[in-house]
Design a protein around this ligand. Structure first.
Ligand code: ZN
Length: 94
């Protein structure tokens, strides 16, 4: 999963969540989201939802975690600026 987060504004943006084909539908994507929310509690999130599968995934995650993942632009100037940090990654291993 690639994301950016701004500790100053407590905002974050998820670029994508990618699970290897052989490991899909086993809760890994959900585990990544849980990890992200654990590490960055109280953040407001947005997503890019480029694909149909991504839209479905985040709709399910919003229901499962009670955290909204609206599809919109960056939530603060730090995430939008040209000098924004490179996308960070969270990975899960089992
Ligand atoms: Zn910010």
């Amino acid at each position: 999963m690639r994301f950016r987060e701004c500790p100053r504004c407590r905002t974050g943006r998820v670029l994508d969540v990618w699970v290897d084909e052989g490991w899909q539908h086993q809760g890994l994507g959900h585990a990544l989201i849980d990890t992200l929310l654990e590490r960055h509690p109280g953040h407001r999130w947005s997503t890019t939802r480029k694909t149909r599968r991504g839209r479905v995934f985040f709709a399910v995650m919003a229901g499962a975690t009670a955290v909204a993942f609206p599809q919109r632009g960056p939530l603060c100037v730090h995430l939008a600026g040209r000098l924004a940090h490179a996308w960070r990654r969270v990975t899960a291993m089992r």
